[in-house]
Design a protein around this ligand. Structure first.
Ligand code: GAP
Length: 509
């Protein structure tokens, strides 16, 4: 399904609403509806279980969103957490200069993809790699893409705002709203939201909403290590809100001003970071595939230009409906953060290594994934429109969300065949009352059974349980499988074991 259809499906079926919609919304902020919050909680649970509960050397934390302002000086966010912005003089619209250039590169890439798809249809034994390496037009465009990507990366690392402006002019990039090419200079714009302490005026009382959860982990490093007696290597994991004053357009929950991160800082001996970098790359990739994200929709993208505190960094990219984009970051952050906090706070943040009999500042390997991006990856990967036989055996189309059962918002729907037969609804309610103790279930008796199936398909419910007249005779019910449409008869007493085996998260580990 295309991106527009995904967005409207999310609204229609109670997954995601525009924030403050009755006031025409607030850009790049969204609310999670009744089905959305269930799916999001399940994603968080999947992450928490696999990162914290499945590792005896990783522990959890829930730090405050507001932190001492010096935190953000030490972390580098006050001085360097900037986006390069440019305004179009005719539309008065503001854009990220780097994103305008990335979009320009994506357009060239799209042309190449179109040519590749055309050729694929023409030739039976099509070899994409060879085609890309030998086709003149594609090679020429690829050279353009590589040169533009390198020049963009260089300008971003050296913070060369003049060159970003020069690129926009050279590529003749026009404002998507006005079509005009009259631009202002490019300026750096800090992404942190600030707020004010009530009892202190001026800059002294200036606070920031955290732009990443990681700093709450760094400043608590010793508290956690001492209270849990963890030995290196060990990790601290946290799920929580982060805030960035992003300038964005039409990216739905991919880039938001208020979002949620699931981050883990793994504290290690200096010198072992490349071993752990490789370990976490593999572990995180497996985590994505275990929940059903296809291998071909995931790839690593190593950073060409490393941040000053990192000595290795890669992104796990996912193929969203608008192309491959960052879903998760894996960064070797050295001892930069702990050392900066030591310097600015004057407090030691060191580990006593009993084997080496010495104190040192550990190195840190970070895994950081946006919960909302994970949500979008799961929705966009699983939502499909397909043709299936209806009750009369005729072809009909359905929209189905083929989420992994472990993260589906509703695990099973309990449906009495007919609404007005009290003997059926009574048993259905008994089944519902029993199953709801263990699973998120829905009871639905409105409309014909076929329409009720479609409603459950659209929100990804893996099993529909129908109570019919045979149930009254032999206590058996029909269980319909969302994906195969197969129907089996089970005894009511067998339902709990069946649903548990099919939907519990333990099958993922
Ligand atoms: N502590 C490291 C850190 O914050 P990052 O690459 O800036 O690194 C990590 O962010 C992850 O957070 C990203 O991979 C992405 O999934 C998510 N993320 C970042 N900015 C976001 C935004 N504005 N909206 C939604 N998710 C975002």
């Amino acid at each position: 399904m295309d991106f527009k259809q995904i967005v409207s499906h999310c609204k229609e079926y109670g997954f995601i609403f525009q924030s403050s919609e009755i006031y025409d919304g607030l850009a790049a902020t969204y609310d999670y509806g009744p089905n959305g919050v269930e799916l999001k909680n399940n994603i968080k649970q999947y992450w928490w279980k696999s990162m914290v509960q499945m590792h005896d050397n990783i522990v959890g934390l829930d730090a405050a969103i507001l932190m001492h302002p010096k935190t953000w000086k030490a972390s580098g966010h006050v001085d360097a957490f900037n986006d390069p912005l440019i305004d179009n003089k005719d539309s008065n619209k503001r854009y990220r200069a780097d994103v305008l250039i990335e979009d320009y590169i994506a357009k060239i890439e799209a042309k190449n993809k179109k040519d590749v798809d055309k050729a694929r249809k023409k030739f039976d034994d099509f070899d994409e790699k060879m085609f890309r390496e030998t086709n003149g037009r594609i090679k020429e465009r690829q050279a353009k893409i590589d040169a533009a990507a390198k020049r963009l990366a260089d300008a971003m690392t050296t913070e060369n705002m003049d060159d970003l402006k020069a690129q926009i002019e050279e590529y003749e990039i026009a404002c998507p709203v006005s079509g005009s090419k009259t631009w202002t200079e490019v300026r750096q714009f800090n992404l942190m939201f600030s707020t004010q302490l009530g009892n202190i005026a001026g800059d002294e009382g200036k606070l920031y909403l955290r732009p990443e959860t990681a700093q709450g982990i760094f400043v608590n490093f010793l508290n956690v290590q001492k209270s849990t007696r963890q030995k290196l290597p060990f990790g601290i994991a946290q799920i929580g809100k982060a805030f960035r004053n992003e300038i964005v357009a039409r990216q739905f929950i991919f880039r938001m001003k208020e979002f949620e991160q699931m981050e883990m800082q793994f504290f290690i001996q200096p010198g072992t970071e490349m071993k752990w970098f490789e370990y976490w790359k593999e572990a995180r990739m497996k985590w994505h595939q275990a929940i059903g994200s296809p291998a071909e929709k995931l790839k690593f993208h190593d950073h060409d230009n490393l941040a000053h505190y990192a000595n290795a960094a890669t992104d796990i990219e996912f193929e969203f409906p608008f192309g491959f984009k960052e879903l998760e970051g894996i960064h070797s952050r050295t001892d930069f953060d702990l050392k900066s906090h030591e310097e600015l706070s004057g407090k030691k943040l060191q580990y006593f290594d009993p084997e080496k009999n010495e104190n040192y500042v550990p190195y840190v390997l970070e895994t950081s994934i946006g919960c909302d991006r994970m949500f979008l990856s799961q929705i966009s990967n699983s939502l499909v429109e397909e043709t299936v036989p209806d009750a009369d055996g005729k072809d009909s189309t359905r929209i189905v969300m083929k989420l992994h059962p472990a993260i589906a918002p509703v695990k099973c729907a309990i449906l009495p065949l007919l609404k007005n037969k009290e003997e059926l609804t009574k048993v259905a309610k008994q089944v519902f009352d029993k199953l709801k103790l263990s699973f998120n279930c829905q009871y639905d008796d409105k409309d014909a059974i076929g329409r009720r199936y479609r409603r459950q398909d659209a929100i990804g419910t893996p099993y529909c349980i129908t109570i019919d007249f045979d149930t009254l005779e032999d206590q058996s019910v029909t269980v319909r499988d969302r994906d195969t449409l197969n129907q089996i008869r089970l005894n009511i007493d067998e339902l709990h074991t069946f649903i548990y085996a099919k939907t519990d998260m333990s099958s993922l580990f």
